[in-house]
Unconditional design. Structure first.
Length: 279
């Protein structure tokens, strides 16, 4: 009798253990999973005080530009290397150097740049935090540590701003690094046209799309690598990005966290001389 009781008890424990492990392995509801990822992403960005030197390629209004950029605690500095594939002439290079010196010696201008960057970050965080409420998410495929999350507009969400209204009219795909709980890619397209102020403040046509990609440039450090925006229409509220723009950031090299503007300018001079004006 004791043996039977013991066997039943062990079987019960085994069943409870299996049931518990099955419960643990069940995935979170998709929107709750995304909310956790977003919360961690915003927290990680707020705690990241690293600065980088990088290559910036942009295409806007039919013009392709390549710049070397250095982030400092006083503000970002850049050096234009080429326009539409052509290196700057020597006279233009000298003018760029004088312009950089003027910027470094003008704290007010750098502070303005820092404020604009801060506004960009705040806007980005507002939109990120909106994601779990503005969209309905579903699990997609899994590729190693990366999880696909498909999204479409939540019909019960009421956008609080023009930017939110444009964002909410999209459907697309989010890729996240589930292990590190970081955003990797987000792409979407407008499923319908959007009018602002009855069209007086602008409009965006259906079919417009955007793509954003983050990369881990060093262990534990994630940076924006690609931003492609192709929204057809006229939107007066877009400030720092155009409705048609491509941007790529690459060749990340970490610099000291307390790098000053004069020190950053010196690094730019050294980099440009080393590259000899090459792209």
């Amino acid at each position: 009798m004791d043996r039977v009781t013991t066997a039943l008890a062990l079987a019960g424990l085994l069943f409870a253990s299996l049931r518990s492990s099955q419960t643990v392995s069940e995935p979170l509801p998709a929107n709750e999973f995304v909310r956790q990822i977003i919360d961690n992403e915003v927290q990680a960005e707020q705690n990241d005080h690293s600065h980088w030197m990088l290559r910036l390629d942009t295409q806007k209004s039919g013009k392709a530009e390549v710049r070397e950029v250095v982030e400092t605690k006083d503000g970002d500095l850049d050096w234009l290397i080429s326009v539409n594939g052509k290196s700057l002439a020597e006279a233009e290079q000298r003018e760029r150097e004088r312009g950089l010196q003027r910027l470094v010696s003008n704290p007010a201008e750098l502070q303005k740049s820092q404020r604009e960057k801060g506004e960009d970050v705040a806007r980005s965080h507002r939109l990120l935090k909106m994601l779990p409420d503005a969209f309905v998410f579903d699990y997609g495929e899994r590729r190693g540590d990366f999880q696909e999350m498909k999204f479409k507009p939540n019909p019960h969400f009421r956008p609080p701003s023009h930017e939110a209204a444009a964002f909410h009219a999209m459907e697309g795909v989010l890729w996240v690094n589930a292990k590190q709980k970081r955003l990797s890619e987000i792409s979407g397209h407008l499923t319908r046209s959007v009018k602002f102020g009855g069209g007086l403040l602008g409009h965006l046509d259906a079919g417009g799309q955007f793509y954003v990609k983050q990369e881990e440039v060093q262990p534990g450090y994630w940076e924006l690598a690609v931003l492609n925006v192709d929204l057809k229409g006229r939107a007066l509220f877009f400030k720092t990005i155009g409705v048609q723009e491509k941007m790529e950031r690459s060749r990340f090299r970490r610099v000291q966290d307390d790098l000053t503007a004069p020190q950053g300018a010196k690094l730019l001079y050294q980099q440009v001389r080393t590259a000899s004006g090459g792209v």
